[in-house]
Design a protein around this ligand. Structure first.
Ligand SMILES: C[S@@+](CC[C@H](N)C(=O)[O-])C[C@H]1O[C@@H](n2cnc3c(N)ncnc32)[C@H](O)[C@@H]1O
Length: 346
């Protein structure tokens, strides 16, 4: 009984990790399945838990695309087979799921088709929930496309690595100053899929406004907010950086935090972005507002141009690298450096 209990609890951590990988649709070929199953001791009970907690429709209402699940199962089944305990066999529910998917047409393999990606939150996240709010606070579900550009040519249809790094920053780091997320009114610029805004809403922010310059992206953010249950502390508005919308009421509302993930990639937009950041910081000087931006370093020259624009606007900034150990909660490659900027007036 004791040994069996040990087996169940040690497999629990592996199952949680497999679930995280599966729901985030991490490429199946890159998953070290053998490290996540009991080596040489896979039995019916383990496979039953695997099926019931990860693969069955009851376990995860927002399933990954069929094409992804099929590939995930292909690698998983091969691994289970290699590690079956003596006299054990493959679970019929897992095999049936795989064979059903094999006989389905491959409609969702196209990278431009939207698919559900679920980002599980760490189990130790404090439970925050406002009055009248619904939805699961243990995850953020996003409908997104894998492709870099949407068919309409914008970059807001997928959640970028910088947004995941920004989310990890808010889950693990202390905010500059004495404020905590539940005390903050947060404005997100270039919100894309709305991932970070929805995360902060689930972390109990007083209020979050997700903005993007592209109206179709804003419509998609609203759909993603709806996917995550009714919430009173989040909404969406269109905002293009720079002078073209400098009369927007967003500039007169109070903000404690202004945030953005992967919004520093186009050198042509940097002066408009810095104009918007400065205007917001000046308007919220008394509240000691701060800007937190997470920047993927694709091109050092672009970021050094961003630094130059910030200095020219007399904004203070600190930069810190997201180290490999910072990439703990969700799965995103560490080939490209990511930097977190903290920007303020003083
Ligand atoms: C690379 S995506 C990042 C999206 C999201 N923050 C993330 O990290 O997943 C950049 C986003 O900024 C928006 N954007 C680009 N230029 C903009 C501008 N001048 N004003 C407002 N939004 C802009 C795009 O529509 C897009 O959604």
């Amino acid at each position: 009984m004791g040994a069996q209990q040990n087996d169940i609890s040690s497999s629990h951590g592996s199952l949680v990790k497999l679930k995280r990988l599966y729901l985030q649709s991490v490429p199946a070929g890159s998953i070290a399945f053998d490290a996540l199953v009991p080596v040489g001791r896979v039995d019916w009970g383990f496979q039953d838990r695997l099926y019931n907690t990860i693969l069955s429709k009851d376990a995860t209402p927002y399933q990954p695309a069929d094409a992804y699940t099929r590939r995930f199962l292909k690698f998983l089944i091969a691994c289970l087979e290699r590690n079956l305990a003596e006299d054990e066999e493959l679970h019929d529910s897992i095999l049936t799921l795989y064979s059903n998917l094999m006989s389905k047409p491959d409609s969702l393999s196209d990278a431009t088709m939207p698919t559900f990606i679920t980002y599980l939150l760490p189990a130790n996240k404090p439970p925050y929930r406002g009055r009248g709010e619904e939805g699961d606070d243990t995850e953020v579900v996003i409908s997104e496309r894998k492709s870099v550009l949407s068919a309409d040519g914008h970059t807001g249809s997928r959640t970028w690595e910088a947004a995941l790094a920004l989310g990890e920053y808010f889950l693990s780091a202390t905010l500059p100053g004495s404020k905590r997320i539940p005390q903050c009114r947060v404005l997100e610029l270039g919100a894309g899929t709305g991932f970070t805004s929805i995360l902060l809403s689930k972390m109990g922010a007083r209020y979050v406004l997700a903005t993007d310059g592209d109206e179709r992206v804003c419509d998609a953010i609203q759909r993603n907010i709806n996917l995550n249950g009714r919430r009173n502390n989040i909404s969406v508005s269109q905002l293009l950086w720079g002078t073209s919308q400098e009369d927007s009421p967003i500039y007169t509302e109070p903000w404690d935090l202004i945030i953005g993930g992967d919004i520093t990639y186009d050198v042509r937009d940097l002066s408009d972005l810095v104009f918007t950041l400065k205007k917001l910081l000046v308007a919220n000087r008394r509240a000691g507002a701060k800007v937190i931006i997470s920047a993927t370093v694709r091109n050092e020259i672009t970021l050094s141009e961003f630094n130059t624009e910030l200095s020219a606007a007399e904004l203070n900034f600190e930069v810190r690298e997201v180290s490999e150990t910072g990439r703990q909660i969700w799965f995103y490659g560490n080939d490209t450096p990511i930097r977190i900027y903290t920007i303020s007036l003083e």
